[in-house]
Design a protein. Structure first.
Length: 92
């Protein structure tokens, strides 16, 4: 449960492609470049991974998706949505 004035979002990563062990993501606050949340390479296995975050309303965030090998997410997909399912950003 989030604090009042926070917004609950879900970051979901779906292992639809190959080389899941190469993907990772980071979420930053735009104004001060502070890291809010992240994963490390190898976090993604054969199941969908979901992270639920409480983010401050009125703050701008930047989502960065990486591939350690540098050849893309190889058809693995991510989405960022509000808890009600409204998609804010998607890789597909």
């Amino acid at each position: 449960m989030c604090k009042i004035f926070d917004t609950q979002v879900v970051i979901e990563v779906n292992p639809l492609g190959s080389f899941q062990e190469e993907v990772l993501w980071e979420l930053y606050i735009v104004d001060n470049d502070s890291l809010v949340a992240s994963t490390t390479a190898g976090f993604l296995g054969i199941n969908i991974e979901r992270d639920t975050l409480c983010l401050s309303t009125g703050v701008s965030y930047r989502f960065e998706a990486y591939d350690t090998y540098g050849d893309s997410w190889n058809n693995n997909e991510y989405s960022i949505s509000y808890i009600d399912g409204f998609i804010v950003k998607s890789s597909s």
